[in-house]
Design a protein around this ligand. Structure first.
Ligand SMILES: Cc1cc2nc3c(=O)[nH]c(=O)nc-3n(C[C@H](O)[C@H](O)[C@H](O)COP(=O)(O)OP(=O)(O)OC[C@H]3O[C@@H](n4cnc5c(N)ncnc54)[C@H](O)[C@@H]3O)c2cc1C
Length: 450
């Protein structure tokens, strides 16, 4: 039996792929429900993710998985309108005309930024079309140095720097230009007449998780089961100890996939990963009125949140019983930050006071419900040299034969962590297990032709 630690998308994807190859699998999930960071709230209609989620056009594995699970037709590609809030004004930045009209960058700044987003280096006057293909060249360069050298100071000061403030706060100077370039590429497709194209399933991501659970087999998933030990037998993993409400159980395993954060891997195996994580505080307001016209609003000034995301400007409010849903989202770089220390009531007050000052027409009585989700490890801090810290899928050299890692510190979750990345990481581990079992079988039963 293959034991999987964690019933987030990565653990479920690993189990699904292993089951497809005929392996006996058991997924152990510490909480009462699967889904991990893609957990949901109920609304008056469809469920909605506690932390905002959508797909980018560059993500293919999740689309293939959805098709395999019979959900291909329920994936909609919609326009997710983007805007930037600067000095009291919301500037839409979807179409070529809106970008041309944006007043906080010169025409030349916009040209240089446009070339960079297309992957074209125009320094020296001769365009180089494949300039940024090799991201590893920029792994040890800061974003500021890179953007100023490859575009202009104006692009950095008036566009990139405020976005980095919102995403990485006081860690922004540590982040690598390779991450920045990868992220620009990752954002995927843009319709110059309408805006960015993003994916979302009918009913959100919950139906995908449910279909995955069905495909793995509910009997092969145990919730409320925290894996507390991985025991090795000689050089190989031999068993897994799990704590449930009723006590401790030990299961013999032929291999183990750890599909959880690297601190869990360290607790179970001693493997130390140096990647640091940022936390997230994310509120979801259920409102009787809409706040703004855009889906995603980045905020340029030093607000107590990084972005406002009005989900029902992306997916129609009719799917949620006619109510408007607004995320208020902020990353924190550590538990020392004020926002992390505040109670939910304090966070709510601070956030809605700021929203009221940004949008004078905002009426707080329109907020019918406000729910806050927090997670101390919401995403990696993609600092310089990050790729050297990534945890390998196969940990046979570092830990013991049969130990695999599919969590957020794996290579598939770079340059941005995503559900797609989780699925890829799960598959990468499963494929290695399938391959190694095949090799073992061949060694055990040599061909009669020999
Ligand atoms: C604010 C925010 C916004 C995001 N936006 C997007 C987006 O727009 N699009 C997108 O694709 N992705 C987005 N993501 C990322 C996406 O949610 C994650 O990449 C993905 O869910 C990670 O899945 P995972 O299975 O690797 O980890 P997790 O979801 O963290 O799952 C790990 C599971 O392991 C369990 N576990 C931990 N320890 C143990 C143990 N000892 N024993 C048993 N179980 C254990 C946990 O309870 C958890 O369920 C976002 C994430 C956040 C936080």
């Amino acid at each position: 039996m293959i034991g999987v630690v964690g019933g987030g998308i990565a653990g479920l994807a690993a189990a699904y792929r292993l089951r497809q190859h005929g392996h006996e699998v058991q997924v152990f999930e510490a909480t009462e429900d699967v889904g991990g960071l893609a957990a949901v709230y109920e609304t008056a209609g469809d469920d909605i993710e506690k932390f905002y989620h959508h797909l980018s056009k560059s993500e293919e594995t999740i689309v293939e998985l959805a098709e395999e699970l019979g959900l291909g037709d329920s994936l909609d590609w919609r326009i997710g309108k983007n805007a930037y809030y600067v000095d009291g004004v919301v500037h839409p930045l979807d179409t070529a005309w809106q970008i041309a009209a944006y007043p906080h960058m010169s025409v030349y700044d916009k040209f240089r930024l446009g070339m960079l987003t297309q992957g074209i280096d125009v320094r020296g006057g001769i365009p180089d079309f494949d300039a940024y293909d090799d991201l590893s060249e920029y792994e040890h360069v800061t974003i500021r140095d890179f953007v100023v050298e490859h575009t202009t100071q104006g692009v950095y000061d008036n566009f990139v720097d405020p976005l980095l403030d919102g995403k990485f706060g006081d860690r922004k100077g540590d982040i690598s230009a390779a991450w920045f370039l990868g992220r620009v590429r990752f954002r995927g497709e843009r319709d110059l007449l309408r805006g960015e194209i993003l994916g979302y399933f009918d009913g959100g991501f919950r139906p995908l998780l449910d279909a995955l659970v069905d495909a793995v087999g509910r009997e092969n998933i145990t919730t409320g089961a925290r894996v507390t030990e991985l025991e090795t037998d000689g050089d190989a993993v031999g068993s897994m100890t799990v704590e449930t409400e009723t006590g401790r159980e030990t299961h013999d395993v032929d291999a183990a996939v750890v599909a959880a954060m690297p601190n869990v891997l360290e607790d179970l195996t001693g493997y130390e990963c140096d990647i640091e994580f940022q936390g997230a505080v994310c509120g979801l307001a259920t409102m009787s009125e809409s706040l703004m016209d855009t889906y995603w609003l980045n905020v340029a000034h030093d607000a107590p949140f990084g972005s406002l995301i009005e989900h029902t400007n992306f997916v129609p409010k009719e799917r949620y019983g006619g109510q408007h849903l607004l995320y208020v989202a902020s990353y924190v770089q550590g538990p020392h930050e004020d926002l992390w220390q505040m109670s939910d009531e304090e966070v709510e007050d601070v956030w809605f006071d700021e929203i009221a000052s940004m949008f004078p027409q905002f009426d707080r009585s329109a907020v019918e419900e406000f729910r806050i989700a927090r997670n101390p490890r919401a995403g990696p801090i993609y600092e310089r040299g990050y790729l050297d810290m990534v945890v390998p899928y196969d940990l046979s050299d570092e830990v013991a034969d049969g130990v695999y890692y599919a969590g957020m510190a794996s290579a598939a979750q770079y340059p941005e962590r995503s559900l797609n990345g989780g699925i890829v990481a799960g598959y990468e581990c499963a494929d290695r297990i399938v391959e190694s079992t095949r090799a073992d079988t061949q060694v055990a039963s040599p061909s009669t032709d020999d």
